[in-house]
Design a protein around this ligand. Structure first.
Ligand code: CA
Length: 229
């Protein structure tokens, strides 16, 4: 799950990002409205946490622009504007939820979780590729009837690969979607997580049944042919 925070108070933005990353989300930050709008247009985020009083471009404007081009994007407004009319306006321009500052981090996380879960339930019930099944809303995955024991990152990688079966996915793409674009990360750590994911699946890099390494390009999740079912 990938989240964009648009917030000009850098300390708050960083604290939020840190907290949300600990919960397993990939998080990017923009500190003004124009940059936030740009990032929101270019990347595919699941959820936007949006301040309203922003330099360059007002939050409400960002919200209505992104609403128009990204219909699936969830928007949670986080603002010091606490009048009822502000909330109504925010929801009218397409926000899904509105939380006033000051707020408790636990409440923000609970609302983020609730929004994403509600959305996942309506958008995509359970992913299935071969004998692998994955429920992103409850963070569970199965191989046949066995429930897999996966770390957040392993789960994130499997989730992303299962959304793009048979496509070659580069390590950079995985980093971007699972860790966030500002994270400095060597592709070698992606390899480490893929290795442990394979081990949990009982898969081997040499004779892959699930995750194939495409040398110099990335990974591909195999869909089983009729023969090997
Ligand atoms: Ca602000």
């Amino acid at each position: 799950m990938r989240i964009l925070i648009i917030e000009d108070e850098l300390d708050l933005a960083n604290a939020l990002a840190r907290g949300l990353r600990q919960q397993g989300y990939a998080v990017d930050i923009a500190v003004d409205g124009a940059r936030g709008w740009e990032l929101g247009e270019v990347n595919d985020y699941d959820l936007l946490i949006l301040d309203l009083n922003l330099p360059e471009l007002d939050g409400l404007e960002v919200c209505s622009r992104l609403r128009a081009s990204k219909p699936n994007l969830l928007v949670l407004i986080l603002s010091a504007r606490s009048r009822l009319s502000d909330k109504v306006t925010g929801l009218d321009v397409g926000a899904d939820d509105y939380l006033t500052k000051p707020f408790h981090f636990e409440e923000l996380v609970a609302r983020v979780r609730a929004l994403l879960r509600r959305d996942l339930r309506t958008r995509e019930p359970i992913l299935q590729v071969g004998d692998l099944k994955l429920d992103a809303a409850t963070h569970t995955a199965w191989q046949g009837r066995r429930r897999l024991k996966l770390s957040r990152k392993e789960f994130g990688i499997l989730d992303y690969l299962m959304r793009h079966p048979e496509e070659v996915i580069s390590q950079e793409e995985l980093i971007e979607h699972i860790w966030g674009e500002d994270v400095n990360l060597f592709t070698s750590s992606v390899r480490v997580h893929v290795h442990s994911l394979r081990r949990e699946l009982g898969d081997s890099a040499k004779q892959p049944r699930y995750i194939e390494t495409v040398v110099g390009q990335g990974y591909r999740l195999l869909t089983p042919g009729e023969d090997d079912r």
